[in-house]
Structure formats: C-alpha cells, structure tokens
Write a protein that binds this ligand. Structure first.
Ligand SMILES: NC(=O)c1ccc[n+]([C@@H]2O[C@H](COP(=O)([O-])OP(=O)(O)OC[C@H]3O[C@@H](n4cnc5c(N)ncnc54)[C@H](O)[C@@H]3O)[C@@H](O)[C@H]2O)c1
Length: 303
C-alpha cells in the first residue's frame, strides 16, 4: 500500500510518516519545507521538495500512483493568515484543490485534517460536528472551504474521503508557533528559563490532544475511508493557567509569565466532543495530558 503524504516534514506529518513506515506502507512525502524540517523526514520515505500548489506536484503525484493521499501540508499560522490572507488561501484552498484533482484522476481516497478553528466562537461546549460553522479567522475559512470541495468531489467523482477536525495537537517535533504550539512554547520557556508570553487572562480553555492519538486516528482512516467528518479531540478542557502549572510541576522549574493583550482570531473557549469517531471505529485518546507533557519534555530535552 502506497501513501502520498503532503506535509510529511512537519509536526503531525513526520509523526504520521513514522507510523505509516512501521505499519508497512510505502511512503512518499511532498513538502516545500516552508515550516517543515529536513531532519524530520524519515530516512525510509521517498521525498520530493515541491509546492503542493504547483503543476510539478500534480505530475509527481500522478507518476507515483499512490493508493491513498494524506494531505497534511498547510499554512497553520492563524496570525499569518490574518496578515497575508491571499497566501493562506492559496496554500490551504488552491493547494487542496490540486490534491483533489490527483485523487479524482487516480480514483484514490483522501484524508484531510481540518480544524476546530472552523467552528469559530462556540454556541455551546463540547462542540460536536453539527455545530454551526462560523470561523473568526482567515485560517478557519481556509481550512473549511476545502471540506466543501472534498464533499463536492465525493458527490461528483466518487472520491472517497475522511475529514478530521483536530483540537489542539501537541507533542514531539512541534514548532513553537502555529495553532497548537502553546505547549512547545512553554517547554522552550521552561528549559531555557525565559519568560512566557500569555495572550489574554489565561482563563481561555483548549482541548489538548497528543499527536500519537491523532496519528492512530489517521491509520484507522487509511485502512477504510469513512466519507464523513469527525472531531479528533480528548473531550476535556484545560485552561492555560492550569497548563502552565502542570508544566511547572512536571518539569520542577519556574519561569516568568508576561500577560499580553488578547490576539485577533483567537477563540476564548474550545473543547470538542469525539463521540462520533469513537462510535464509528475502535479508537479513543490514550495519552493523558500529564503523560503527554512529560513525553514532550523528554523530547525537547534530548534536542
Ligand atoms: N497542530 C495543530 O494543532 C492542528 C490543529 C488542527 C489542524 N491541523 C492541521 O494539521 C496539518 C498539519 O499541521 P502541523 O501542526 O503538523 O503543521 P506544520 O507546519 O508542522 O506542517 C505543515 C507542513 O506543510 C508544509 N507545507 C506548507 N505549505 C506547503 C506547500 N505549499 N507545499 C508543500 N508543503 C507545504 C510545511 O513545510 C510543513 O512541513 C495542517 O493541515 C493543519 O491545518 C493542525
């Protein structure tokens, strides 16, 4: 079984590549290394340094004839999506259309990671998949629009798919910026003893899911496309002040916290229900937050 994995040099993509290899897949990675890192690319994958928006990507993908495409390449930075909406839309929307054209031509399934950002400010918590879609950032729009294209390609051309909406993913190889980056930024502050910039009052809540649980969901969807959308989350909320204390306790260290003004596009509270995916497949999140923080800390220490 051959999988073409876009974004395989990035945080989630590189963890996914590792697990695909362990599971016996042939893995082809396409990544332009804009945020991904060469050293994160698994030695057993075939790697192309190419932009997903290009004709070259389309030609390579057709030539490689994968059995499945897992599309993790994206602009993931909410703040940069607000500063440069055109580029964000190009990568996340046009890039995904390019990927879908390959799926259509080859008749192969697509796995697409969408985001909790599509829901915007929640009308209720825990957010389920039926919640209204009202993004409050350009990133939220650019992650949702491809969902609609994917459903359209399924209806028109029978392209099988699974769409995931991830909560805040954390774990090893995460860059200390981007959507779920707060845990890696905290790790950096804790290890280097630098101050941590906290945007808002720290009472905002997030649903932190470890990358291993996200990867296991992807492996299940790779075996069988589900033609539906699923939240991938823990269903638990943690506020940022609690998170800071957890990190300080785990690492037995102190670092100063600077309280900064709220940022545009940031959601106050978010946690997602994961019941729908749990009902469809034999999956549940297995990494507790404390354990995940510990594993992530060990990783950053080793770097
Ligand atoms: N990290 C999270 O908490 C989170 C939450 C929800 C959804 N997601 C989604 O998961 C996916 C992976 O996120 P991540 O956190 O691993 O981000 P990441 O930035 O670590 O990985 C993205 C990868 O895509 C590559 N890339 C970007 N633009 C490209 C282009 N035009 N052509 C080729 N490669 C390109 C980057 O170099 C990088 O390696 C994204 O689609 C993101 O929207 C992430």
């Amino acid at each position: 079984m051959k999988v073409l994995l876009t974004g395989g040099a990035g945080f989630i993509g590189s963890n996914l590549a590792e697990e695909y290899i362990k599971a016996g897949y042939d893995v082809v990675v396409v990544d332009n290394l804009i945020t991904g890192k060469q050293e994160h690319i698994h030695p057993m994958v075939k790697f192309y340094e190419v932009d997903i928006c290009s004709q070259e990507f389309y030609d390579i993908a057709i030539k490689e004839k994968p059995d499945l495409i897992n599309h993790h390449a994206a602009n993931i930075d909410v703040q940069s999506s607000i500063k440069n909406p055109g580029l964000d839309a190009k990568i996340n929307i046009i890039g995904t259309i390019n990927v879908l054209e390959v799926c259509k031509e080859l008749g192969v399934p697509l796995i697409y990671p969408s985001s909790a950002a599509v829901y915007g400010t929640p009308n209720y918590l825990g957010i389920d998949e039926k919640h209204e879609i009202t993004p409050i950032s350009n990133y939220g729009i650019s992650k949702y629009t491809p969902e609609q294209y994917i459903r359209l390609y399924h209806n028109l051309y029978r392209v099988p798919y699974t769409i995931f909406r991830y909560a805040n993913v954390y774990g090893m190889r995460q860059d200390p910026k981007g959507e779920g980056g707060v845990i890696s930024v905290l790790m950096k502050s804790a290890i280097e003893g630098n101050s941590f910039n906290l945007y808002g009052d720290g009472k905002q809540t997030r649903d932190f899911i470890h990358v291993f649980d996200v990867v296991s969901a992807n492996l299940l969807a790779s075996a069988k496309p589900l033609n539906d959308v699923f939240n991938i989350s823990t269903g638990k909320q943690t506020d940022l002040l609690q998170l800071i204390n957890l990190v300080k306790e785990t690492i037995h260290t102190q670092f100063p916290v600077n309280f900064m003004a709220d940022r545009k596009g940031d959601i106050k509270h978010s946690f997602l229900l994961n019941d729908k995916f749990k009902k469809h497949v034999d999956w549940k999140p297995s990494v507790e937050l404390l354990e995940g923080i510990n594993m992530t800390y060990q990783y950053y220490l080793s770097q």
